[in-house]
Design a protein around this ligand. Structure first.
Ligand code: ADP
Length: 426
């Protein structure tokens, strides 16, 4: 018996999913954690593993962990975390961003207030008085370390926002030069997601009831694991896309070439697949999405009002439903005002206008990705809270004119479990 374990450290909690050789889910566990407190990362990691049934734990062959992208920390040689982690959503001050733009090339994707590289500069500025060397790690790297005891390793998904070049699989010259000038900072060595880093430490295996030869793979990010969960590990088709309708609206399309355009917040992850070699996951994120719906409706109201909407009749209302000023994709304008007027009396009519307008923005997003060179859109999977709304799906269908597929799974932990299995088989 062989089982493969994926563990997802997402924005809202921790989930572990164990799958068998056929990809069937055999166990799922959950735990809460406080993302600002690394002690709770450790307790949640150990809890989701120990809560798995014993028959699953003793036959677990490999584990892959995904974490929130651009949640980072620094730690010493003993793995002790120095200072609090900086979270995916933490934005660095203007002064830090100015330093980043002095170091990185013009228009590089790291020149954003939330990039891992900006956080590295912020952390090293704060901690420059410490003489000893320290490691800079992403959330998934440090969690992997707790299992395999190797510091200083990461994967090219997590390392993208640090400035790592996924095309040439190297740190760029400007980043190497910066690292040379800061010898007390140890940047991680980068591997493909799921590459076996080491076997689990014996004492941790004993504590968790895992086999001593259980392998720990390099990690990935929660959104890439989520993409994989939707499409599964079968041979992927170019132009396969996943729209995530959560608090925000995130589009990702599988493409034969990378596209990076900082002005639209478009970036590309390397996506290696045993059946098709190196492809690219090209994505962009808009601030429109469920957060705006939540400002006006409860989940129950969303369900009831959606049932009253005829999705085949277009709404004449033309909104740009932002929760606050500014969007980056598909309209790149930090001053873009939310447009939520005129507001009809009937809440169902208002919701119809919101859903219709977001469908229009999604279609514009996919057109933009293709205009910039992404592979032509072939099929769309939908993840997130909005995927549960059949009325919205029908409205989106009118604009997207692309087959909508049912995701295999939507839990990111399932995608990480698939990664653990795939690499084990190769
Ligand atoms: P995230 O993980 O990004 O916070 P989720 O994927 O959990 O978000 O989705 C939550 C969002 O889904 C909420 O903002 C909510 O407004 C929206 N949502 C929930 N139910 C529905 C529905 N029936 N139709 C459309 N949106 C919905």
């Amino acid at each position: 018996m062989h089982y493969f374990l994926g563990i997802d450290f997402g924005t809202s909690g921790v989930r572990a999913i164990a799958i068998d050789r056929e990809g069937e889910i055999v166990a799922l566990t959950r735990s809460d954690y406080d993302i600002r407190n690394c002690k709770t990362w450790r307790s949640a990691l150990f809890e989701v593993i120990t809560n798995l049934p014993e028959f699953v734990r003793i036959h677990t062959r490999k584990i892959v962990i995904d974490g929130t992208s651009a949640t980072v920390l620094i730690c010493d040689h003993a793995g002790k975390v120095i200072a609090s982690p900086m979270l995916y959503s933490d934005a660095c001050e203007m002064a830090i961003l100015e330093r980043v733009t002095d170091i990185a090339p013009l228009h590089h994707s790291v020149a954003s207030a939330t990039s891992s590289f900006s956080k590295l500069i912020a952390l090293t500025t704060t901690w420059s008085q410490i003489p000893e060397e320290f490691y800079f790690l992403h959330q998934a790297d440090w969690l992997g370390y707790l299992l395999h005891d190797r510091l200083g390793v990461s994967d090219y998904h997590n390392a993208l926002k640090l400035g790592y070049e996924p095309l040439s699989l190297t740190y760029p010259d400007w980043l190497r030069a910066w690292a040379k000038a800061h010898p007390n900072v140890i940047l991680p060595e980068i591997f493909a997601p799921s590459t076996t880093i080491a076997k689990i430490q014996a004492k941790v295996a004993n504590q968790l009831g895992l086999p001593k030869d259980c392998e720990i793979g390099a990690g990935t990010t929660d959104s890439n694991a989520g993409f994989l969960a939707c499409i599964g590990m079968g041979k992927p088709t170019l132009g396969t896309a996943v729209t995530s309708l959560g608090s925000t609206m995130v589009l990702k399309i599988l493409s034969d070439r990378p596209i990076n355009d900082l002005s639209y917040g478009i970036y590309s992850h390397r996506f290696e697949h045993p059946a098709c070699g190196c492809l690219w996951l090209v994505g962009g994120a808009s601030n429109v999405g469920g957060a705006v719906l939540k400002q006006f409706f409860t989940d129950v109201e969303l369900r009831e009002l959606s049932d009253r909407i005829d999705p085949h009749i277009p709404s004449a209302l033309d909104y740009y439903p932002l929760p606050k000023i500014g969007d980056r994709f598909p309209i790149n304008d930090p001053h873009l005002m939310p447009r939520l007027e005129p507001r009809p009396q009937d809440p169902a009519e208002f919701l119809h206008g919101l859903l219709e307008s977001m469908a229009r923005i999604e279609a514009r997003g996919y057109s933009l990705l293709q205009e910039l060179g992404a592979s032509p859109l072939q099929q769309i999977y939908t993840a997130g809270g909005g995927a549960k709304n059949p009325t919205w799906t029908k409205i989106r269908n009118r604009y997207l004119k692309t087959p909508m597929q049912k995701p295999l799974e939507t839990e990111a932990a399932y995608g990480s479990a698939l990664l653990a299995k795939s690499n084990f088989e190769v």
